[in-house]
Design a protein around this ligand. Structure first.
Ligand SMILES: [Zn+2]
Length: 369
């Protein structure tokens, strides 16, 4: 209840601060057992008064019920979105597991010239105007460099890549114990050519649910073993007080413990040396990845997200924050802040990150006590 209250407070603040026209969602999960510690959406509604609608005077009944349905929608499990750069964690994990990359710190293993040509199509790095140049895998993740992940995707190949999508649970519903879970939207494997594979490798042109994303990062954090998300840990019979406890459910070993450690260490670098370095919470080791993508094709709307775990040495909490169409001050001009969100300023991002870390830190303490 405490964690849920904290999350609801900060999601509202983030939505208002960043003028998110299409709302937001946050999920917190314990990667060791799949327990959902908190799940919140904004805008939300009062559970004691679910039919209450603000500013609905003069509306037809049909319009009112549409507004209500939008309010009641659990975006965290019922809505799909393009995950953007957060998905580079899947590409990095698969490439390390397949031995396609020698390790995280082989400096000069990769090179960014601002773009890469795939089947006659030039796909740009987000920082095409000032290419990243020579990079290790860790640096590529910290820079969120598209060409490196496109190159890795090509080396993994469509068939293997889809095997990892399957193993990480992206080609099926998670089966979480609540109504309304949506499935993902991927091209069929046989329809995926080199260009499609390239865009999948850096998180675009397909859609997943937030619950699938946090399950993926929880699996990485759970020493590479797939963990099923769940809301119900047990049931107490109100008449007999009889308790029924449910065991957490695990799936297969998706990546090795060693790969899991490497990916977590790289996620830690993203936060400690990358975009988040000014927003650290002293005393907590946090790992994460940021992502931005367009919400649909040529809509001019964006989805900005952060996916993280803490503490990095032995993760207890995984978090996913998804902001739909933040339209706060900022714009589309380039700059390093683009990594975090094309429509958010450095200042806004810092505040958002600080709040995310505060949530993680607070929840970690509560979870411990
Ligand atoms: Zn680059």
């Amino acid at each position: 209840m405490n964690i849920q209250a904290i999350v609801e407070k900060y999601i509202e603040e983030a939505c208002i601060d960043n003028v998110c026209t299409d709302g937001a969602s946050i999920i917190l999960m314990n990667p060791k057992n799949g327990n959902v510690l908190a799940m919140a959406n904004y805008p939300d509604y009062d559970l004691n008064n679910p039919y209450k609608l603000e500013n609905s005077e003069g509306l037809e009944q049909k319009e009112k019920s549409l507004l209500l349905q939008a309010k009641w929608r659990n975006k965290a499990i019922s809505d799909t979105y393009e995950p953007g750069s957060c998905f580079k964690l899947v590409t990095a994990s698969s490439a390390l597991e397949e031995g396609i990359v020698s390790g995280p710190d082989n400096s000069g293993e990769f090179s960014c010239s601002g773009g890469i040509e795939i089947a006659g199509v030039r796909i740009k790095c987000w920082r095409y105007y000032r290419p990243h140049g020579s990079e290790s895998l860790r640096q590529a993740l910290m820079n969120s460099c598209n060409p490196v992940f496109i190159g890795l995707g090509q080396k993994i190949g469509v068939h293997k890549y889809y095997e990892y999508l399957e193993k990480f649970g992206f080609l099926r519903k998670t089966g979480i114990d609540i109504y309304g879970e949506a499935g993902s939207i991927f091209l069929k494997e046989e329809k995926v050519g080199p260009v499609e594979l390239a865009t999948i490798s850096f998180g675009q042109r397909f859609e997943v649910t937030p619950i699938q994303m946090i399950t993926m990062v929880s699996t990485i954090a759970n020493k590479g073993k797939y963990v099923y998300p769940r809301l119900v840990q047990g049931i107490i019979d109100s008449k007999t007080s009889e308790k029924t406890e449910f065991e957490p459910k695990f799936g297969e070993q998706v990546i090795s413990e060693k790969t899991s450690e490497t990916v977590l260490s790289m996620m830690n670098s993203v936060v400690s040396e990358g975009t988040g370095k000014n927003a650290k919470v002293k005393g907590y080791s946090i790992g994460g990845k940021t992502g931005t993508s367009e919400d649909g094709v040529n809509t001019g709307k964006y989805v900005t997200s952060f996916i993280g775990v803490a503490p990095i040495e032995d993760p207890e909490v995984a978090i996913l924050v998804t902001l739909y169409n933040p339209t706060g001050e900022g714009g589309h001009q380039g700059g390093d802040w683009l990594i975090l969100g094309q429509k958010m300023t450095v200042k806004k991002c810092k505040k958002l990150l600080k709040n995310i870390y505060r949530i993680v830190a607070l929840c970690y303490n509560i979870n411990q006590s």
